[in-house]
Design a protein around this ligand. Structure first.
Ligand SMILES: Nc1ncnc2c1ncn2[C@@H]1O[C@H](COP(=O)(O)OP(=O)(O)O)[C@@H](O)[C@H]1O
Ligand SMILES: [Mg+2]
Length: 254
């Protein structure tokens, strides 16, 4: 559903994303795990069509993002890490705005809008101005809004930063349902190991713009020779000992 081929983004002399390739199947949640500055946001923004790559290709549901941006982008719900909201709108007015933008017909908005607000526990506040929402409420509103056009692909940047444990669980449960029951392909970035572990079917560890290891949590653990949890594996791969481990990771011993 998501196909990323040799994706590279350079800023002057700095390479933020370096020759990155991966595929995410329908119904799969792929987690991008990496420290600050690894290149997660840059990759997510390119997949969402919000930033042009220096080179490489992105194919969404069979549509080439650069050559056929409209059909490609129409499949995608993008949930940025620092979303922009019109603070002078109410939550419901924001939904009406999104419905116009994404061509969601009014009857569909009337049907789905209240359900999404209820799902994200925002119904009681939907006629209040967004400027009065807490950070967590704003984040939940953005997520609810991204689901309004029923995207087949979700790209999500650091979804639980700033959410309380209940909000974080809500997000995990909703993403799992969307993938497992609705077949939505989800690419999600996080620097939170526990989220990747709970949420994702497969994890890619990104470090200095490069995808250093890809697999299930168990596969990553087995390949790294670490017994610990994902956090140990992650720290081992992204610390000064990386070259040694990585050469081991990518050496075939059979
Ligand atoms: N607009 C930009 N101009 C120059 N460098 C940038 C820009 N955006 C990001 N970078 C750099 O690219 C690298 C990756 O950033 P980012 O994708 O935001 O990482 P992450 O989301 O993993 O923390 C960082 O070194 C960052 O400083
Ligand atoms: Mg980021």
């Amino acid at each position: 559903m998501i196909e990323i081929i040799n994706l590279t983004k350079r800023y002057q002399h700095h390479t933020a994303v370096d020759d990155l390739s991966l595929r995410v199947a329908p119904g799969e949640i792929f987690g991008f795990l990496g420290p600050n500055g690894a290149g997660k946001t840059t990759t997510i923004r390119m997949v969402a069509g919000a930033l042009a790559p220096t080179s490489g290709e992105i194919i969404l549901g069979g549509h080439h993002l650069a050559r056929a941006p409209r059909p490609a982008k129409s499949l995608v719900g993008y949930i940025p890490d620092r979303p922009f909201l019109y603070e002078k709108l109410s939550g419901w007015e924001f939904f009406e705005f999104l419905a116009d933008l994404y061509q969601v017909a009014r009857p569909a908005l009337a049907d789905r809008g209240p359900k999404l607000l209820e799902l994200f526990e925002l119904s009681d506040w939907c006629h209040d101005l967004i400027e009065n929402y807490s950070h967590g409420m704003k984040q939940r509103l953005i997520m609810a809004g991204a689901l309004l056009p029923r995207p087949r692909i979700l790209v999500v940047d650091e979804p639980i930063v700033g959410l309380d444990p209940r909000g974080a669980k809500l997000v995990v449960d909703i993403f799992r349902h969307l993938a497992d029951q609705e077949g939505v392909a989800i690419l999600v970035s996080t620097h939170t190991m526990s989220l990747a572990s709970r949420l994702c079917h497969r994890i890619g560890i990104i470090f200095k713009g490069r995808l250093e290891a890809v697999g299930t949590e168990d596969e990553l653990r087995a390949r790294s020779g670490q017994d610990g949890d994902l956090e140990d594996i992650f720290l081992k791969i992204t610390d000064g000992g990386a070259p040694q481990i990585l050469s081991e990771l990518f050496t075939d011993h059979d």
